[in-house]
Design a binder for this molecule. Structure first.
Ligand code: HAM
Length: 429
């Protein structure tokens, strides 16, 4: 660990990578607004109780992964490990008055997990929440919106898995039945699953231990644990998706790691990612915000932005542009040239052309090397010689040809020459 490294599980997003982030964020906003969603921004930290109650005391996120601290006033606060609980808090009032807001959000989330490829301690989510009473149509629409977004950003090799957690009335009974089925197989389960058996039996279905996997794959169909109401709710949602041509796999083992889900749950996994292969997850939920009497119902999902970028790159995504570098680089030889070039750069910017003026006292050779590295389309060169003749040299960096142009019309001339040219390369770096 060097002093220039950020803490484990965090990373800098460098200028060369930011274009991919902006591309994803922009397309998320564009696609979600087609479905009537608007952006909502909530605080990065909240009262701890919001998460422990909202996500579930027995979940791994709450038990092991939260960044919790006491502030100077003795309040327990937590860096948000996910977005849903905060969004529900912010919308609880509107929801209690019968409103059905549709919102999307993006930003950093924090979980103290063991860092690995695709698993960060500070990661970023783009998510949506549709506050609404249970409705298989709205669940299907939410899932279709997710696939629409993934297609828009050029991710094709993803698989969508869908399951039900049963409605709230159904869940306790279904959990008891699952415990019954697993009781006689307990000896074959790992130590952690013994704990899960007591506290959160559904999480056993998620265990990656080979012995547990064997037990899990030998279980009878789990649909039978749920009521007819829950089963037909899921069938209707799946029916709609099939009719819309959305490809999915019904996965009876999908449980999700957060306790607020009821009815539909889903996850999108991508083959190009390795062990941490979930690029998005979500479902229908029921959350009672602290201080409220009634639960807020909704459906939503969140995508991990780091993982979306990894997935897009693994597919050689052409849709994500490389960063745009300034098309004009300006080299000054001498103090007077610096003054004049300061003005030239301002005039170019005023006409909408991005320009970088180099004011370092260095040799012509080293300034031209910097110009070459900058990715500019044109380099302007001005020294005493050009000043005397009232001109500047304009070098085309693509074919190395040079022309002299009159200094007083240089900005307009360069802007005209750049029309239709674009430094954007179509391929992902
Ligand atoms: P989640 O499945 O915990 O769901 O997270 C959603 C996505 O965030 C994951 O599929 C993954 O892409 C990304 N993610 C999670 N943890 C990490 C990590 N440590 N490093 C990198 N990426 C990560 C939720 O958070 C729910 N709030 C989603 C939701 C919204 N459900 C209903 N509405």
């Amino acid at each position: 660990m060097g002093i220039f490294n950020p803490p484990p599980g965090t990373e800098d997003i460098l200028p060369g990578e930011v274009a991919s982030w902006q591309f994803i964020e922009k397309n998320a906003g564009d696609v979600f607004s087609l479905y009537g969603y608007s952006e909502l921004r909530t605080p990065i930290f909240e009262y701890t109780e919001l998460f422990s109650k909202g996500i579930g005391e027995q979940t791994e996120v709450v038990q092991k992964e939260m960044y919790t601290f006491e502030d100077r006033g003795g309040r327990s606060l937590t860096l948000r490990p996910e977005g849903t609980a905060g969004i529900i808090r912010a919308l609880a009032d509107t929801a209690q008055q019968g409103g059905n807001p549709r919102v999307f959000y993006l930003g950093p989330m924090f979980r103290g997990e063991r860092p690995a490829a695709g698993r960060k301690r500070q990661f970023h989510q783009i998510g949506v929440e549709n506050i609404s009473a249970p409705s298989p149509e709205l669940d299907a629409e939410c899932i279709a919106m997710l696939t629409h977004f993934l297609e828009r950003i050029g991710i094709a090799n993803a698989s969508l898995k869908i399951n039900t957690r049963g409605d709230v009335a159904d869940r306790a009974g279904a959990g008891a039945k699952l415990r019954e089925i697993l009781a006689e197989k307990l000896d074959s389960l790992c130590e952690e699953c013994h704990r899960r058996y007591e506290r959160n039996v559904w999480r056993i279905l998620d265990c990656k231990n080979p012995a547990c996997c064997q037990v899990i794959s030998s279980l009878p169909p789990l649909d039978a644990l749920f009521s007819e109401t829950s089963r037909s709710y899921l069938s209707r949602c799946l029916d709609i998706l099939s009719k819309q041509g959305v490809a999915f796999e019904k996965d009876q083992r999908l449980v999700r790691g957060l306790d607020y889900y009821a009815h539909t749950v889903f996850e999108v996994v991508h083959s190009g990612l390795g062990a941490q292969n979930a690029i998005a997850g979500g479902g229908r939920y029921e959350i009672v915000p602290p201080g409220a009497k009634n639960p807020v119902h909704g459906v939503g999902f969140a995508c991990g932005v780091e993982r979306l970028i990894m997935a897009a790159k693994s597919e050689g995504a052409r849709a994500i542009p490389t960063p745009r570098s300034a098309p004009v680089f300006i080299v000054s030889i001498g103090e007077q040239a610096k003054m004049l070039n300061f003005s030239l750069a301002q005039s170019l910017r005023a006409s909408g052309v991005a320009a970088v003026a180099d004011f370092e006292d260095r040799s012509m050779k080293s300034a031209m090397r910097a110009a070459g590295k900058s990715g500019a389309i044109f380099t302007v060169i001005r020294g005493d010689n050009e000043i005397q003749r009232g001109c500047v040299v304009l070098k085309n960096m693509q074919d190395s040809s040079q022309v002299e142009i009159q200094a007083d019309v240089a900005a307009a001339e360069i802007a005209a020459r750049l029309k239709g040219k674009d430094s954007l390369k179509d391929v992902l770096q």
